[in-house]
Design a protein around this ligand. Structure first.
Ligand code: PHE
Length: 341
């Protein structure tokens, strides 16, 4: 009888195990059959109620059944785990035929593009790029450029002062002094690009922060025609062969003589419009022969050396070239604008 019961239990246990489909069901099966109060364990306890001669055979069979159920349990547990994994994979599967999500690829800002265009043009003319600080000593921004304290020419540059000595450079010209002091007694041919700051009203034509590219050439026989030739060539390469340029006399404390270079207005073709203030011309650079005092401040003897310098805008030429009507668009961070270039 007891043997029959054991075999019946064994079959029931196997059937129950086959029905267990989750880790939780497996766990309850284990408790119900193999646990301390489980059905198989209960049968083990009955051994002592058996006649002595039957005990060994029954005990052995119980052990066989237990071992077989343990093995069956391990096998089923492995199966359940594999099924769960397969299901998980199926649920999370990637449909490789779906189109991918587009990545947002950025690109260079119009100012950076324009700067690089300017570098490339001057590089072809033998200029190297030299970087000078944006936070500058007033001494370099003004005094060494032949603009003494209280000189009315300081009014040409509305200034953001950091303290009594330091300021945000109002132009790239102080870099001239830094290159000269570093390079003396070598001849110099550099451009100095970078940000400049002016304490000014922001309008469609002027920002309080913008870019300039300074140019400086110092050598033994440099003349005004080298300057005009260089800037005319620049204008042709930047705007195209057909551009006309004109030279006007001007004044800067650090150049003597001083000039300004204009091109015919790209927007109206020289007929006159609001952008060129109805003159037909647009200023592209302030320039001149380096003032003897400035050469001297840089360490170069003006009796032996001469040089030219110029200061180009960056945003304005870009505005003309691409027909941008408002300088504020450059740094307004509006992607609808930035993406156009
Ligand atoms: N620094 C001048 C300005 O910002 C431009 C300039 C540069 C003029 C070099 C002459 C020579 O207005």
């Amino acid at each position: 009888m007891r043997f029959d019961e054991l075999e019946r239990r064994y079959e029931e246990a196997q059937a129950a195990l086959a029905r267990a489909e989750t880790p939780e069901a497996l766990e309850s099966w284990r408790t119900a059959w193999m646990g301390r109060k489980g059905a198989i364990t209960a049968l083990t306890r009955q051994i002592r109620d058996l006649p002595k001669e039957e005990r060994p055979a029954f005990g052995q069979r119980i052990n066989e059944v237990k071992a077989a159920l343990e093995a069956a349990y391990e096998a089923r547990a492995a199966e359940v785990k594999a099924e769960a994994l397969a299901q998980e994979l199926a649920e999370g599967a990637v449909d490789i035929t779906l189109p991918g999500r587009p990545l947002n690829v950025g690109h260079l800002h119009l100012t950076t593009q324009t700067l690089r265009e300017i570098y490339a043009i001057f590089e072809r003319m033998g200029f190297e790029v030299y970087e000078a600080p944006e936070v500058e000593l007033g001494y370099y921004n003004f005094d060494l450029l032949n603009i003494p304290p209280y000189h009315p020419a300081r009014d040409m540059w509305d200034t953001f002062w950091v303290d009594d000595d330091l300021l945000l450079r109002t132009h790239t010209s102080p870099g001239q002094i830094r290159v000269m002091r570093e390079r003396y007694p070598e001849p110099i041919r550099v451009i100095l690009p970078g940000k400049v700051y002016r304490y000014e009203q922001i309008t469609a034509r002027s920002e309080h922060q913008f870019y300039q590219v300074e140019g400086l050439a110092v050598g033994r026989h440099i003349t005004m025609s080298d300057l005009i030739g260089t800037l005319t060539e620049f204008t042709r390469m930047f705007y195209g062969e057909h551009r006309r340029t004109r030279v006007r006399g001007s004044y800067f404390p650090f150049t003597e003589p001083s000039i300004e270079i204009d091109t015919d207005c790209i927007l109206c073709g020289g007929k006159g419009c609001p952008v060129c203030k109805y003159t037909g011309w647009l200023e592209i650079a302030g320039a001149g022969m380096v003032h003897p005092v400035v050469l001297q401040n840089g360490g170069y003897d003006p009796d032996e050396w001469s040089g030219f310098a110029f200061g180009l805008g960056v945003e304005r030429p870009a505005m003309m070239k691409y027909g941008v009507k408002d300088i504020r668009l450059f740094y307004g961070n509006d992607l609808r604008f930035l993406r156009q270039f």
